[in-house]
Ligand binder design. Structure first.
Ligand code: ATP
Length: 136
């Protein structure tokens, strides 16, 4: 059995995940990064994408909007604005978010923050991609 290590996924709202796993793959800025027990200390930025973990031999997938990961003291801590199990993504909600962001970008009204609309579009499209791959 592979050696385990602790992974915590934390958002401003809650502790999303806190378990021992055998492996972790995160969407780091320069591409997906794999982590096993005994990984050297590390601090890196995360981009929107999927987090994959193997726990007791079973895969679990989370969608993240990006943030940071710190590996220290044998533990991986992911600090992210949002993370949800890919299987629990509300597809209709993400489609509405895409629609809203596209309308804002297409016809920018006074007071519309384009960067904010683009970031919202990215988050929603990332959720849709993840849901289409992972939802049964
Ligand atoms: P929306 O415009 O639909 O609120 P958002 O991108 O602004 O989407 P976030 O601020 O990224 O939402 O996330 C707020 C909370 O809602 C987080 O807990 C996130 O995990 C959750 N969330 C957002 N969109 C979805 C979705 N489509 N399915 C499941 N959870 C979601």
């Amino acid at each position: 059995m592979a050696k385990k290590f602790k992974v915590e996924i934390v958002t401003p709202e809650k502790l999303v995940f806190s378990e021992e796993v055998e492996s972790l793959v995160v969407p780091a800025e320069r591409g997906y990064l794999g982590v096993l027990a005994g990984h050297a200390p590390l601090l890196c930025a995360l981009q929107p994408g999927e987090i994959k973990m193997i726990r007791d031999g079973a895969e679990s997938w989370y969608t993240t909007s990006g943030g940071f990961m710190e590996i220290a003291g044998g533990k991986a801590s992911l600090l992210t604005d949002s993370a949800e199990p890919a299987a629990e993504i509300d597809v209709a909600r993400a489609q509405e978010a895409v629609q809203r962001a596209k309308e804002r970008l297409a016809a920018p009204a006074k007071g519309v923050d384009r960067e904010r609309a683009k970031a919202s579009l990215d988050r929603a499209q990332n959720r849709l991609r993840s849901a289409s791959k992972r939802k049964k």
